[in-house]
Design a protein around this ligand. Structure first.
Ligand code: GDP
Ligand code: IMO
Ligand code: MG
Length: 434
């Protein structure tokens, strides 16, 4: 049995929380893509754990956590994360990393910063963790992998060649400061020694676990709208945070997957730049940001906020083959008089006519392929009554306020997909199952 848990908006939907909850009944948790640009929060018994590379099943010592070949691994960040987890009482790391995972090197981080600066006003707003440059090297076929890192002789030679070229790009193209390649190589060989015991063939282990009938959770990082092909390119990340990415990033076939759970918030957020049709630049947006604590787990940046966008959710359902939804942070909407759902888009020069008659307009329900088209889109909203009650201790769907239930049911109706999990607070206990 394999279930994919995937972000269906622009990230930070609460994937970490859902994975932690589902991991109680699973055997293996696998991360397939992304790097330490991800920030997955797990809250248990009042303790908050912020995970970046380590899979969100790590709180259960008996569960096997795997990091697949599609992940780009920053060794310093990974080791730092283990130290942090140890300081929080997690002693046992039942954790393996695929030999093939690419290593994020200091030049990737440097180049991430320099290329963002070079883009100026058109910067992407990356996390500056070196993710884009690391994936660039992977596809350019000059990347360094975990296998190289833990074999010093191989690493020294490959890293020297690549590092020297990177130094030329850093200094001659971008006018940046030269890096001390030899020093970096020796430092990383030492880091490699610490990673040796984690290295294994994750593709093989996952397949064997599947054959043995184990329950596997595939943990998505980032989200569909940040997918390099199906997101809001170029304002995306450099990997495939979709169901396809689970297969390529773990090295398994699609038949290892049964359910695909798309995680959404009851509203929408985005960090970094790029179009955001339902963005709220007003006091409601500000209120959602403050009540929902919408500040980045990785960078601390304030997240942009907006209404739930059913066009985006539908796009994600199609791209990923989502079979069920997890709707998080419903509690954050408590106290709002009205709640809106975006049900379609109109091209902006037609919005004038909108007030006259919605029916006569050509409302688009399909998420546009191109940014230029998306930028012209104005959301069409359906307005629902809000709920005033505090739902954070609600345990069943039936006990939710009437207007809350109506909101969930309308989302299900629009998306033709069941909402199986409802988040009413950050703790692992604050989730309603249906
Ligand atoms: P991820 O990247 O998808 O794992 O999500 P993040 O951890 O970056 O961001 C989600 C934030 O919302 C975290 O601070 C979570 O603790 C919090 N959270 C998750 N689910 C809920 C919920 O249902 N209600 C509230 N209030 N907070 C939640
Ligand atoms: P989780 O897994 C939200 C965004 C960045 C930026 C763009 C490119 O916690 O949901 P990158 O550093 O990847 O090159 O940045 O992608 N981004 C995320 N936004 N949640 C994430 O991960 C993100 N990872 C990257 O803000 O807009
Ligand atoms: Mg996050």
């Amino acid at each position: 049995m394999g279930d994919v848990i995937i972000g269906a908006q622009w990230g930070d939907e609460g994937k970490g929380k859902i994975i932690d909850i589902l991991a109680a009944k699973a055997d293996v948790v696998v991360r397939s893509q992304g790097g330490n640009n991800a920030g997955h929060t797990v809250v248990s018994n009042g303790k908050t754990y912020k995970l970046h590379l380590v899979p969100s099943g790590i709180l259960y010592p008996e569960k096997l956590c795997l990091i697949g070949a599609g992940v780009v691994l920053d060794p310093k960040s990974f080791i730092g994360e283990l130290v942090q987890l140890k300081s929080q009482g997690i002693e046992k790391f039942n954790l393996l990393i695929d030999y093939r995972a690419h290593i994020v090197m200091p030049w990737h981080i440097e180049l991430d910063g320099l290329s963002e600066k070079y883009r100026g006003k058109s910067d992407i707003g990356t996390t500056k963790k070196g993710i884009g440059p690391a994936y660039t090297d992977k596809y350019e076929r000059s990347g360094l992998r975990l296998y190289d890192l833990i074999h010093p002789e191989i690493f020294r030679e490959k890293a020297k060649t690549v590092g020297e070229l990177k130094n030329r790009i850093i200094t001659e193209i971008y006018g940046g400061n030269e890096l001390d390649i030899d020093k970096i190589i020796e430092e990383y060989i030492k880091l490699g020694e610490k990673l040796k015991d984690f290295a294994d063939d994750v593709s093989y282990i996952t397949y064997e676990a599947h054959k043995a009938g184990k329950k596997i959770l595939f943990e998505g990082a980032q989200a569909t709208l940040l997918d390099i092909d199906f997101g809001t390119y170029p304002y995306v990340t450099s990997s495939h945070p979709n169901t396809g990415g689970v297969c390529t990033g773990t090295g398994i076939g699609p038949r290892c997957i049964d359910e695909v759970i798309g995680v959404v918030k009851a509203y929408t957020t985005r960090v970094g730049k790029g179009p955001f049709p339902t963005e709220l630049d007003d006091e409601i947006g500000e209120r959602i940001r403050n009540v929902g604590g919408e500040f980045g787990t990785t960078t601390g940046r304030p997240r942009r906020t907006g209404w739930f966008d059913a066009v985006i959710a539908e796009h994600s359902i199609r791209v990923n083959g989502i079979t069920a939804l997890a709707l998080n942070k419903l509690d954050t909407l408590g106290g709002l008089e009205k709640i809106k759902i975006c049900t379609g888009y109109v091209i902006s020069n037609e919005t004038q006519k909108l007030s006259e008659s919605q029916d006569e307009l050509n409302i688009c329900h399909r998420f546009p392929c191109e940014l230029e088209e998306l930028q012209k889109c104005e959301p069409v909203y359906e307005e629902l009554d809000g709920f005033a009650e505090d739902i954070s201790s609600c345990k069943t769907f039936e006990k939710l306020p009437q207007n809350c239930k109506k909101y969930i049911e309308r989302i299900e109706q629009l998306l033709k997909t069941p909402v199986k999990f409802i988040g009413v607070g950050p703790d692992r206990s604050q989730c309603i199952y249906r």
